[in-house]
Structure formats: structure tokens, C-alpha cells
Ligand binder design. Sequence first.
Ligand code: 2E4
Ligand code: SF4
Length: 345
Amino acid sequence: MTVTATTPLQTTRRVLLAAPRGYCAGVDRAVVAVEKALETYGAPVYVRKEIVHNKHVVETLRERGAIFVNETDEVPEGARLVFSAHGVSPAVRASAAERNLDTIDATCPLVTKVHKEAVRFAKDDYDILLIGHDGHEEVEGTAGEAPDHVQVVNSPDEVDKVVVRDPDKVVWISQTTLSVDETMETVRRLREKFPEMQDPPSDDICYATQNRQVAVKKLAPECDLVVVVGSANSSNSVRLVEVALQAGARSAYRVDRASEIDEAWLDGVTTVGVTSGASVPEILVQDVIRHLAERGYGDVEEVRTATEDLMFSLPRELRAGLKAAGQGDERPRRENRRTLPVQPV
Ligand code: 2E4
Ligand code: SF4
């Protein structure tokens, strides 16, 4: 008889908690930018679109005096407007300037990097294949840098319909929050079609997106259920559900908050994986952990695949404003503070 080594059968209820999870450097910077703008200039501070795609963050900032708008023409002439972390096109900047808006640009620097790639390749007259989701704010902003050169490729299945002017002058770039595996499949099919296609100068899918996917992949095969905390319009959070299922989780769901966990999801479940998207405050994850502990899942083990210490300085316009108001731009590291006040959820 051949005896093979197997993992001992897990019989006690437990939680595997992914790390890294939650806030990335770009989200932290954007949320702090709105908080500091409110503290320094007073309410209202206008914000174009959701500063990050998280209901709790948006509701909390709204209570403090932020006014979220869809477009610049909803903002009174001369008022202060923050651009969200997902970035804006030059057309949006121009319309804000026309209205004399005092803008604070909270675009994540890693999104700005992709904008610069689009500008550079358009200048060299490349056909730019932007892998990303049509209608997502980040894709609108990046495509808006070079609308005549960019076409959006939503998925591997869309590769068949891509047409370019010169197959020897094509480059692909991407949204920052995609599934790494699905994007690589899109790139593989594009390269089959356009063998001379150029790669972007560096990874466009950012470090935070990649790290959160690696962590959830590690714990997913052991999980009967994976709970991803994040909002429905948060691309990177939704991708974590897909990645967990592809990596072997028996089931995976996204919730905005603990109370959305359906009791039926826990039927027969021994191991629950928990993670959160890059726009999700840690207090929402801790609520989920408490909720699960009350149902017998009190044993929590962290599964860490990377350590993150990146921190971006605040937007330049805000730093100048803080200096003029005699305030500093320092902030404690994310892990040492609550970015948002604790509220009943
Ligand atoms: C800016 C760029 O892009 P996604 O929908 O995942 O945004 P979310 O606000 O959930 O996450 C933060 C973020 C912001 C990610 N990339
Ligand atoms: Fe920036 Fe990445 Fe965070 Fe998006 S997920 S805000 S690109 S660090």
C-alpha cells in the first residue's frame, strides 16, 4: 500500500485572514486629502465622483461636509474640488479650469504613471490597447489622455475584434486593478494576433492589487468560504472574489459590511477566508471578524504573503495650502491610526 502525505483534516472552525488587505497607499492619500481639506478650509469641499469606491468612506466624508458630484458643472464657480483617486482626463481638468475651480488632485500616482505612458505612446503615434473595463472612471481618465490612439479591450474574448492601423506599432497598457491572470490571458491572445506588440515600460497592475490577489490565492484552496469586504463598484474588490474562486475556494462572496453575510453561506463551513479591497477601512474587516467569532469562528490565523510600507506624500496643491495655513502635512502611518472614526455598522 502506498501512503501519501496529506494535510490533516481541518475539523475546528477557523478564519484565515489575508495580509496584505485593505487600504493601499493611493487610497490612504486620497482619503486623507479630503479629510485635511475639510479641516483646513472648512465644509463644503466638493469631490468629483466617489473619492474611492467604498460606501462607508463616502458616507463618512459626506457627514463631515464633503459634497460628491458627478461632473465639474455641478460645482459652484470658484469652489474647491478634489479629483478622485481614479484620475481624470485632460477634458475634465480643462472644464474645472474654465469654472475657476480650486482643484486638489488626489489621483493615485500609480494611475498618473499609466496616463503618462498613454501620452508618450500617443506622441509616438502607437495604437494603444488599454486593457480595462469600459465605463470605469480610471479607464475614462486614461483613455481621455489620447482618445484618438486608445481602444479599450475589456476581456480576452474581445481580442478577436481588435483592429489596428499598423501591427508593428502597437502597445498594451492596463487599468491598475485588474486580475493579473485574466490580463495575462488577454495579453497572450493579443500577442498571438500582434507578435510585435510592445509591453508597457513597467507593471500597470499596481503593487497593492497584485499583493492582495497573491494573499487571497494562498488561503483560498483551504477555504470553504471566502468573504471579501468591499463595495460593488470597487473593481479590485470584485476581482478578489473571482481570484478566490479560481484559486479553489469552495464559495466566495463580496459584502459591504458584516451584516450582509448570509447565515446560509456558513452552512457546513469549517474554514472562512477573509480579505478586503484596497478602498476598505480596516474597521469593516474587524466587524466581520467579530461577526464570525460570534458564530463559532473565533480562531483567527493571519496568512501574510507580503509586507507593505509605501506611503505617498499628499497632493501638491494641498501641501501648499496646509503650509499657508501654518499646518504640517504629517500623518501617522496607516497601521497606527484609524483613518475614519469608528461608527456603528
Ligand atoms: C484608484 C485606482 O479601481 P477600483 O474600482 O478598484 O477602485 P477602488 O476605489 O475600489 O480602490 C482604490 C483605487 C483607486 C484603485 N485604483
Ligand atoms: Fe494606487 Fe494601486 Fe491603490 Fe489604485 S490600488 S489607488 S493604483 S496603489
